[in-house]
Design a protein around this ligand. Structure first.
Ligand SMILES: [Cu+2]
Length: 69
């Protein structure tokens, strides 16, 4: 299990946070997602053998957010 944190400058409300949490949770290999609205960041626990950090950040981009590592 690995953990990655991305900064998401545009995440500002609970709806955005839930959207990101739901989408990332649906990715195979993602175990836990927690968005920190104050820090404007997301912390993801994932299995590196199932999913890559690139796939995770791409999913965030697909939702219309910028993910900065
Ligand atoms: Cu929002």
């Amino acid at each position: 299990m690995e953990t990655v944190t991305f900064n998401i400058p545009a995440v500002s409300c609970k709806t955005c946070a839930e959207k990101i949490e739901n989408a990332l949770s649906n990715l195979q290999g993602v175990e836990k997602v927690s968005v920190d609205l104050k820090a404007e960041s997301v912390r993801v626990d994932f299995k590196p053998e199932s999913v890559s950090t690139e796939e995770i950040s791409k999913e965030i981009s697909n939702l219309g957010f910028e993910a900065v590592k």
